[in-house]
Design a protein around this ligand. Structure first.
Ligand SMILES: *[C@@H]1O[C@H](CO)[C@@H](O)[C@H](O)[C@H]1NC(C)=O
Length: 441
């Protein structure tokens, strides 16, 4: 439990120290100039493209937050559909942090971009700067050109935005991208945002249900509710194990679907190394949680010599995927594509604090119960330790033959049942509130 606390502190620190630099939006957006950006009302932008129609052509600015000062480009693309391919692109290239150039290129297909035959065609008044991590480029483009690969700006287009590295003076595949939420008329000054990324939102919601929701209930059942309701059965086995099993399999399954959804979207993270750890940690969580589910079915019998090893392995893998799962969600919420207000992280931290407190309370009840029983001389090993080294479910199942007595023996049994329902309510509220924020913004 202490480890969960330490992990929380670490991700808060990472969150604060390694978030992308953001800048505020141009107040002329939608009034004196057209804008396409990922600006958020609560903390500004990581990129902003503006345009103003003049008699000579269109004046553009491209502004963006860079993660480092290495040679990079920020591009604006003009597309008739929302897909990469067959699009005119104009990019600002930064070299050595002090040289700026603007050129035209063309998206041949969905993953190939080539320079146009005369990349400077139609471009003039190029200038740029790089200060405090923000690249700011401006240039003018004529309304039309003779080159069919350099599109007319009098036509309406979906705008693309992309950022990536330069390698040996060539553009490397973009590291992040965005698409305007609608077709843009460059002669009208609108303030246009990004097309939402529903797959990112779905991925987030599924993992939140899995780890914040299902797992938080499943873990307390396994740790504190083994000796409960032993006179009753659910589909032929103890209630706690059936519900625990169902919740954990659901968690692993939801997590797995979330991973498939995000892979389908082919998203990239343009962020700090802290944020780039998200997919790596996510894969560890996925592999460990699936293995632990499979392992659960291979549980050796209660008297088997491997049973204690199984118990420890199952516990360690379970805790690892739970703690790492919540931690990875925390990092995920910090990634720009999640598009959530920073404050949602406090809700996640509140959830962690709550979960730890709830387990401390149950731990206290169980220990008190154990002490009372040993004082009364009826010490019974059913209040087993985490490792289940002395006893186990199956013995509890045997005890079901004398249900009346055992039910009474369970210290604060009624209270624990009420607490469980309260816990389910509170966990559902946490899950729903984080999901709602993620889905709404
Ligand atoms: C470019 O287009 C704008 C808007 O249609 C027009 O006012 C302007 O005269 C055009 N400039 C040139 C050089 O064609």
């Amino acid at each position: 439990m202490e480890s969960t606390g330490i992990v929380t502190v670490f991700f808060l620190l990472g969150f604060i120290l390694f978030a992308n630099a953001r800048f505020s939006k141009d107040s002329g957006c939608g009034v004196t100039k057209g804008c396409f950006s990922d600006c958020r009302s609560w903390d500004g932008c990581t990129y902003l493209i503006t345009w103003v129609q003049t008699s000579a052509g269109v004046d553009f600015t491209i502004k963006g937050s860079l993660m480092s000062s290495i040679d990079q480009y920020i591009a604006v693309g003009f597309s008739s559909d929302k897909k990469m391919g067959d699009d005119s692109v104009t990019e600002c290239v930064m070299t050595n942090g002090n040289t700026f150039n603007v050129v035209n290129s063309f998206n041949v297909d969905d993953d190939d971009n080539e320079m146009t035959t005369a990349p400077a065609t139609g471009l003039s008044s190029i200038s740029g700067s790089y200060t405090n991590g923000i690249l700011d480029c401006s240039f003018q483009r004529t309304n039309t050109t003779a080159d069919p690969q350099i599109t007319s700006l009098l036509t309406d287009w979906y705008l693309f935005w992309a950022i990536g590295r330069m390698k040996h003076s060539e553009k490397h595949e973009h590291e992040d991208w965005g698409i305007s939420s609608k077709v843009v008329d460059l002669q009208i000054y609108e303030d246009v945002g990004e097309l939402g990324k529903p797959k990112v939102k779905a991925h987030g919601c599924l993992t939140i249900i899995a780890w914040v929701g299902f797992c938080s209930i499943g873990v307390v059942l396994a740790r504190y509710y083994k000796p409960m309701w032993i006179s009753k059965k659910l589909f032929g086995a103890a209630i706690w194990i059936q519900v625990h099993r169902a919740l954990m399999i659901a968690a692993a399954l939801f997590n797995l679907i979330a991973v498939i959804v995000i892979f389908e979207g082919e998203f990239e993270i343009y962020g700090s190394s802290f944020q780039n750890a998200h997919p790596v940690l996510g894969m560890i969580v996925t592999v460990v949680s699936v293995l632990n589910c499979i392992g659960g079915f291979l549980r050796p019998g209660p008297k088997h010599k491997f049973r204690p090893y199984f118990n420890w392995a199952h516990l360690i893998m379970g805790l690892l995927s739970y703690i790492l799962g919540v931690f990875t969600i925390g990092i995920g919420l910090s990634i720009d594509d999640a598009h959530v207000p920073f404050d949602v992280i406090y809700v996640l931290v509140a959830f962690v604090v709550y979960q730890i407190s709830f387990e401390v309370i149950l731990e206290f009840i169980d220990r008190t119960g154990k002490r009372k029983q040993s004082q009364a001389g009826s010490y019974d090993t059913k209040m087993n330790s985490v490792g289940e080294s002395k006893t186990n479910v199956d013995e509890n199942e045997k005890k079901a033959q004398e249900p009346e007595k055992k039910e009474q023996d369970q210290y604060c049994g009624k209270l624990k049942t009420y607490l469980l329902f309260l816990h389910i309510g509170i966990i559902s509220s946490f899950t729903l509130s984080i999901m709602t924020v993620l889905a709404a913004y």
